[in-house]
Write a protein that binds this ligand. Structure first.
Ligand code: F6P
Length: 516
């Protein structure tokens, strides 16, 4: 019934030009700007009016969004298929953790990681008599994308920390590149893997150990390794000293793990103080999510808008356009966070889910993307709502390049909204080519500045908005069974156990001489 209200409202709004809708809303004094935790969310260019928003809140309440949020934050089992809670927020604030054993674990491992990071940065940790100058994080998925995003975003805060490099791919060139110019005696590897059984990570870690052994000898190589894992025994069995294995509990999901020991390479490269500010920014967003009324709650609003665009208006994808060179990896990060969390079709009980799940997420950094795929956004037949992410300080910057960056971002949102009609009288041959339909919705997220706290809040905003969307869609955002089959089939191919595989795949293996 409530979902029908949403559909009806969407149908009614589809007859209006988006620019008209925006003008009417502005006249009605409903600007649709919200702020919290150093972020502003502007949804004033969305195809929404007061009635549609009202129906969305009604829908969220019918799904018991507040009770579901409280279940998440109080550590109840919200990941039913794996029988786990999802308490990554515990790493931002111990206060909300239910059991003292869990709080102790978080505090102990945070203190250990910070102490080790300080030792590496100060030079007290020198496994081969040299100050560590490079930290190479070996991991993939959530054990890579979060650290990579944060390292890139906060590089200017790194001070004199060692340089941070990343290797995720099975392609040997990736590790080679991460090690280009490295001094083996001054290199530390952090093997980040929740399961410590991921093929890519283990093979690369072995290759890293071979590289070190080739330079400094097998007996000394092990001392250059630390690990972050929820399977500390496996990390130790791999030959990493138990003192340098930093563990975390299995209720921290891989794509939610940057706050935990998986952030070790960041803690070393950026320093524990910067890392603490990053966590504090996320904590501010947690507090806001936990206590703000739904109508002013940023993660709730963002989740409702993204649900509206995907499930009600039917737009299958969403573009993330970050206007900051420091956020070039944001779209990649959000792609895993959202698509691994919301790419589901069934409820926790295994029934068909009522919603379509999350959108396909893609994007890049402005203004570069204006010179690549923005043409498609402006004049293609498909519509993808855009999330612009910008830095408020740029708007009033003394540096003309920063103001131009902000102006470009604002202009793109305005062009998508308004479009342009070129008269055939004036340009008979080119009018159709130069006209732009407009009517294309976008949101804007502004960070006060590109600093650790704002980045923490930005990531936490998205984590919570994913949770909100999962409640609206009735799916479990914390498992990822869909990635299992490919892993099983890879093992079969490597073992030569492919008799039951499909004819096309067997022909491919034959043709390419895989077993010759
Ligand atoms: O792609 C599946 C996945 O399990 C992700 O969820 C995870 O972030 C990634 O693999 C890496 O897993 P791990 O940290 O266990 O190596």
């Amino acid at each position: 019934m409530i979902r029908n209200n949403l559909k009806e409202r969407a149908h009614h709004l589809s007859d209006l030009a988006l620019s008209e809708l925006v003008t009417t809303r502005a006249k009605d004094g409903n600007p649709l700007f919200y702020s919290a935790a150093g972020l502003e969310l502007d949804i004033s260019k969305q195809r929404l009016d007061t009635e549609a928003l009202g129906s969305l809140f009604e829908f969220a309440r019918s799904r018991e969004i507040e009770a579901q949020r409280d279940r998440l934050l109080s550590g109840e089992i919200v990941n039913a298929t794996e029988g786990r809670s999802a308490l990554h927020m515990a790493y931002r604030s111990g206060a909300r953790i239910t059991g003292s054993a869990e709080a102790d674990l978080v505090q102990r491992t945070q203190a250990q990681a910070a102490e080790f990071a300080n030792q590496v940065r100060s030079g007290a940790f020198q496994p081969s008599g040299k100050h560590i100058g490079r930290v190479v994080n070996i991991g993939i998925g959530g054990s890579d994308l979060g650290p990579r995003l944060v390292a890139d975003a906060l590089l200017e805060f790194a001070g004199s920390g060692p340089e941070m490099r990343f290797a995720a791919s099975l392609d040997p060139s990736d590790l080679r590149q991460a090690l280009h110019g490295a001094d083996p005696e001054a290199t530390l590897f952090v093997v980040a893997s929740k399961s410590f059984s991921t093929q890519e990570t283990l093979m690369s870690a072995q290759a890293a150990r071979d590289w070190l052994a080739g330079h400094i000898g097998a007996d000394r190589a092990g001392a250059h390794f630390a690990a972050a894992s929820a399977a500390p025994d496996k990390a130790s069995a791999f030959g990493i000293s138990p003192d340098l294995v930093f563990d975390f509990p299995d209720w921290v999901g891989g794509r939610y793990s940057v706050w935990s020991a998986v952030g070790l390479s960041l803690e070393i490269g950026l320093g524990p103080d910067v890392f603490a500010e990053f966590r504090a920014g996320a904590q501010a967003m947690d507090e806001h999510f936990a206590s703000a009324p739904l109508e002013e709650n940023l993660p709730v609003l963002k989740g409702l808008v993204d649900y509206w665009n995907r499930a009600v208006l039917g737009y299958p994808s969403r573009c993330v356009a970050a206007y900051s060179a420091r956020l070039t990896k944001l779209a990649d990060y959000l792609q895993q966070l959202e698509m691994e969390s919301l790419g589901k079709s069934v409820t926790p009980a295994g029934d068909d889910a009522s919603g379509p799940g999350g959108a396909l997420v893609w994007g890049g950094a402005g203004t570069e993307i204006q010179h690549s795929f923005f043409q498609w956004l402006h004049q293609g037949k498909d519509i993808a709502p855009v999330d612009f992410v910008g830095i408020r300080r740029h708007f009033a910057s003394d540096d003309p390049r920063e103001r131009a960056l902000a102006a470009n971002m604002i202009a793109q949102g305005a062009a998508l909204l308004e479009g342009r009609e070129v008269s055939a009288d004036q340009e008979p041959e080119l009018a159709a080519h130069k006209s732009m339909p407009g009517g294309r919705p976008s949101s804007l997220i502004l960070l006060d500045d590109m600093d650790p706290a704002a980045l923490g809040a930005l990531i936490a905003l998205h984590e919570h908005k994913v949770f909100v969307e999962s409640v609206l869609n009735e799916i479990n955002p914390f498992d990822q069974w869909g990635v299992e089959l490919g892993k099983v089939l890879t093992t079969g191919i490597l073992k030569g156990d492919t008799a039951e595989y499909d004819a096309s795949t067997r022909a491919l293996l034959e043709r390419t001489g895989f077993y010759s």
